[in-house]
Design a protein around this ligand. Structure first.
Ligand SMILES: [Zn+2]
Length: 334
């Protein structure tokens, strides 16, 4: 497993191993993406098949830009789940349910197949690196980020450095309790931030209100098919003035705001970045979040923390993976 960057390289490869697509970016050392290649994620295939797809996509990007492998500093890869970055092993990933619990050697194999240094990192931590270097966290030394999606990922940057810790596991903000009487979380606990603020819980909150007989334009829009309800649809209805949808966004903002308040009190960040599709909701969501923080967090900490949406959208993973390579290059050149 090669973890030594190629210091004479002038390019980096950043990979976002997502649930739908594998996205491979070839970037220059300034973090600008020169070329991107996408492949469908082979979620039911063994790790070897995934590695083969990735290598093929890297080669396509290199060929396209007329760059050779020995001009590449290294590879960074973000993936949801639990892993050992030093050994290049992935123990569990929701995107790859069939992978071995003994650890699928995806990072290790990728490094061996390409001959390049390969760094793997949890997807939420990866997105945070992207925002820190190229997005909403630019210039910050103290930053906290959550990514609200199917789960809630988290990341903590202290003194300009992303905190990783054993197995890259620092920052599981989604699994701190914000309501001890709340719903069961995927992790086994009750009332985790994730269990109250992820996409499913937002939709369930909406469905429960509609089923209780409350009027809403959403009822007509989905024709009784609750599966069609998405946070984006709820946000749209809220913008149209739909009272039920507004209430759902307000409650979601309150729960997120409680979690954000806790993190602000403990970590005192200059900037708190909220990413994931839900963060697109804008003021409908951010107003109740900011109001909750103003009411609950310690005044001194809250007054100098900006709460902002992520800026890189669905490129955060790829660009964070590139930033990871750049960070390792700087460390190893120092
Ligand atoms: Zn949990």
């Amino acid at each position: 497993m090669n973890l030594n960057t190629n210091r004479s390289g002038r390019y980096a490869v950043g990979i976002d191993l997502g649930g739908t697509n594998i996205r491979v970016a070839l970037s220059n050392l300034e973090g600008r993406i020169l070329h991107e290649v996408r492949r469908p994620t082979p979620s039911l295939e063994p790790g070897r098949a995934t590695v083969a797809r990735i290598v093929n996509a890297i080669d396509e990007a290199l060929e396209r830009e007329k760059i050779t492998r020995d001009e590449v500093v290294g590879i960074g890869m973000g993936i949801p789940g639990i892993m050992d970055p030093d050994l290049g092993l992935i123990y569990w990933s929701p995107n790859f349910p069939e992978w071995s619990e003994q650890g699928e050697p995806v990072g290790k194999d990728l490094s061996e197949e390409t001959g390049l240094a390969t760094f793997i990192i949890n997807d939420a931590r990866c997105a945070a690196l992207g925002e820190l270097h190229y997005g909403a966290g630019r210039g910050a030394r103290y930053m906290v980020m959550i990514t609200v999606g199917t789960g809630i990922g988290g990341a903590i940057v202290m003194d300009g450095k992303l905190m990783l810790g054993p197995q890259g596991s620092i920052g599981e903000i989604g699994h701190h309790t914000i309501d001890p009487h709340g719903p069961r979380c995927g992790c086994g606990n009750f009332g985790c931030m994730e269990a109250l603020c992820n996409i499913r819980s937002i939709v369930e909150r909406c469905v429960a209100k509609i089923q209780a007989g409350r009027p809403s334009q959403i009822r007509e829009q989905v024709g009784g098919d609750w599966e069609k309800i998405t946070p984006a649809l709820i946000d749209e209805a809220a913008d149209d003035g739909d009272a039920l949808a507004r209430e759902v966004m307000e409650e979601t903002g309150m729960w997120i705001g409680i979690g954000v308040s806790n993190m602000i009190n403990i970590l005192n960040p200059e900037v708190f970045v909220i990413g994931g599709g839900v963060s697109q909701a804008g003021d409908t969501l951010f107003d109740p979040i900011r109001r909750t923080v103003a009411a609950r967090a310690v005044k001194l900490q809250a007054s100098h923390c900006r709460i902002v949406p992520a800026e890189l959208g669905d490129e955060a993973g790829m660009r964070g993976a590139v930033a990871l390579v750049m960070e390792r290059l700087r460390e190893q050149s120092a």
